[in-house]
Design a protein around this ligand. Sequence first.
Ligand code: DHB
Ligand code: FE
Length: 291
Amino acid sequence: MTDISFEAETSAKAADSGANASARFRERMASAGTRSGVVDTERVNYLATKVVKGLNDIIISDRVSYEEYNALKAWLIRVGEDGEWPLFLDVWLEHSVEEVANEHREGSKGTIEGPYYIDGSPELPWNGTIPMRDDEPGTPLEFAGQVRAVDGTPLSGAKVELWHADDLGFYSQFAPGLPEWNLRGSWTANEDGRFEIHTLRPAPYQIPTDGACGQLIEAAGWHAWRPAHLHFKVSAPGYELITTQLYFPGDPHNDDDIATAVKPELMLDPHSAPDGEGVVVNYDFVLDPEG
Ligand code: DHB
Ligand code: FE
């Protein structure tokens, strides 16, 4: 493959991600039925009034021109056309929603889910290997740990779901050409609440740059990078599910994540594997009881 066709292929993949993320989100909201996405009139009135007033205040105080207003209008239209509302919202707003949602927790820290979670990934034994291609590029990563309650009880049978991007930064089911469940799996912790995940170390990740979000990033002189990360959902009956991500020390984007989703508690401490093949790391998840 020449460099040129490689570039064409990778940017075509990026363009698909937004549309897929929108479609997936719609499906999830539909299957959640009336429980999801309905906010009562009083609250909509309160919040929508506040948002509109906030924007009007900015227009007045920052002397926003018709040129700037029309640039915004054109950009908002493009966000919809490119299917990039999930990307935009999850990069620039979700971290605050997560902060509010999880501030009561005593157990593990959460962070944003992002646009690329898919429910129902293949079930694996407590020490299973994540689904991947025969020639999947990347450094082997052995990720071991225990799921416990805040009182220290090991949570036998806890579920640990992991999803992450491949070595080029693509998520299966959002970029074309990848096996359906590539780099996605669900582990069931053993009787001691322990799990041992065999996967690959993810690479730093750029949010798609060829759509509306990329246009904003370029126009504002920002960058599109997230540090390399592993996404998790960890759950057990009777405990609050936690959605989180874990990061690798030394990544140049740990301090300027475009999605503002890095926290000190979410930093891993990886070591070289004893056999010299890849890296090993330990991380325990602590769940808060429900209710
Ligand atoms: C986005 C992508 C991610 O992988 C992530 O973790 C958060 C946000 C995005 O493209 O919006
Ligand atoms: Fe991600």
